[in-house]
Design a protein around this ligand. Structure first.
Ligand SMILES: NC(=O)c1ccc[n+]([C@@H]2O[C@H](COP(=O)([O-])OP(=O)(O)OC[C@H]3O[C@@H](n4cnc5c(N)ncnc54)[C@H](O)[C@@H]3O)[C@@H](O)[C@H]2O)c1
Ligand SMILES: CC(C)[C@H](C(=O)O)[C@@H](O)C(=O)O
Ligand SMILES: [Mg+2]
Length: 369
């Protein structure tokens, strides 16, 4: 059996973190006969430097054809002044849109060993396990018009448009409710119906979807600004949070700090299952960016990238035992007091990206023996 993976390491710390996943894949192919077939492409600034666009048509075709895409990170100051249409982030947005990856799962789990690394008091985050389900192909990210117009009087107007159709809200709500059933059975939907028409519709459609098909799940609605406040006041009150593209972007960065560092948060971006094969397009990416401030220094935390690969094993290949073991390996390494700089604490041993990756691979290998 072959399993095709398309790797897009990207820019900054993306390639550094991806190198650690590549080692795990090689181990799984060698020792477990996993049959991963890897191809690699360029995305973001590195693609722009090579051919003037944020992703080539050839690489888009490969991403479309692969069983799963693993994505590092894109962006950085070097490309701050390239045209907006070909900026590094445009490559990621095109992948999400063209592969129709509408459901972005962003779990925020506080590993017991990291309760002290969070900016919140340890008792607020100990045992935290929440899942942000972010709508990923709609809203203000993609709505038209999206432009800067010259008003002719020395003024310009920047316009972004928030748009949501019923079906887009229904399908993301259904994903959240289904996932809640496998967890603690609670969903909190966040929007701003007090100021946004799209928020009014979001609230109505989530309520109707719940009533129609998921009334066994507990549903709560919260205004997104209050939701942000509640996330830092008492984060453990949440199980699954479902929200739109922009609120989901912001709230997941907030949730990242509950877990200790942006370097800890993985994500899975999933499409709808194919009607015939049941297979879904999928891209796995850490929540963090290219971290220009630490890129090239070999100090980045590779855990978000490795945990994204664990999500890939679970959601794209149904390799649930392997995914569990990889996550357990991460937890064990943290328990041993091994830390990258972003999660460093007193009495722990600080290591670089490669050593952290090696330690996780060693533990994973031991757990798999
Ligand atoms: N998915 C993506 O590719 C993605 C996501 C977010 C931001 N970006 C892009 O990345 C660039 C930088 O953005 P930013 O600085 O706002 O966000 P960032 O996530 O790159 O960095 C924010 C802070 O977190 C730290 N950090 C992030 N990941 C880390 C890791 N794995 N280990 C240790 N520390 C880590 C960084 O050092 C930095 O101090 C921008 O061009 C932005 O558009 C890309
Ligand atoms: C890089 C950027 C386009 C992206 C987003 O805004 O969705 C990032 O911040 C994320 O969280 O994945
Ligand atoms: Mg973000």
């Amino acid at each position: 059996m072959t399993r095709s993976l398309f790797l897009l390491p990207g820019d900054g710390i993306g390639p550094e973190a991806m190198a650690e996943v590549r080692k795990i894949i090689a181990h799984m192919n060698g020792r477990m006969n996993a049959g991963f077939e890897i191809e690699e492409g360029l995305v973001g600034g590195s693609a722009y430097d090579a051919h003037g666009s944020a992703i080539s048509e050839d690489d888009m075709t490969k991403a479309m054809a692969a069983d799963a895409v693993l994505f590092g990170a894109v962006g950085g100051p070097k490309w701050d002044h390239v045209p907006y249409e070909v900026r590094p982030e445009a490559g990621l947005l095109r992948l999400r849109k063209d592969l129709e990856l509408f459901a972005n799962l962003r779990p925020a789990i506080c590993y017991p060993a990291l309760a002290n690394a969070s900016s919140l008091k340890p008792e607020l985050v100990e045992g935290l396990d929440i899942l942000i389900v972010r709508e990923l192909t709609g809203g203000v990210y993609f709505g038209e018009p999206k432009e800067i117009v010259d008003l002719g009087n020395g003024q310009k107007r920047g316009i972004d448009t928030q748009v949501y159709d019923t079906y887009e809200i229904e399908r993301i709500a259904a994903v959240a409710f289904e996932l809640a059933r496998t967890r603690r059975n609670r969903v909190c939907s966040m929007e701003k119906r007090n100021v946004m028409k799209s928020g009014v519709l979001w609230n109505q459609v989530v309520t109707e979807t719940h009533k129609r098909s998921f009334s066994d799940v507990q549903l709560e609605h919260m205004l997104a600004d209050a939701g942000g406040m509640q996330l830092v006041r008492a984060p453990k009150q949440f199980d699954v949070i479902v929200t739109d593209n922009l609120f989901g972007d912001m709230l997941s960065d907030v949730a990242a700090m509950l877990t200790g560092s942006l370097g800890m948060l993985p994500s899975a971006s999933l499409g709808a299952p194919d009607a015939k094969t049941g297979k879904r397009k999928a891209l796995y990416e850490p929540v963090h960016g290219s971290a220009p401030d630490i890129a090239g220094k070999g100090v980045a935390n590779p855990i978000a990238m490795i945990a994204s690969f664990a999500m890939c094993l679970r959601y794209s290949f149904n390799m649930v035992a392997e995914a569990d073991r990889l996550e357990k390996a991460i937890a064990n390494v943290l328990d041993q007091g091994i830390r990258t700089g972003d999660i460093m604490a007193n009495g722990c041993r600080q290591v670089g990206t490669t050593e952290m990756g090696d330690a996780i691979l060693k533990e994973f290998s031991a757990l798999s023996a």
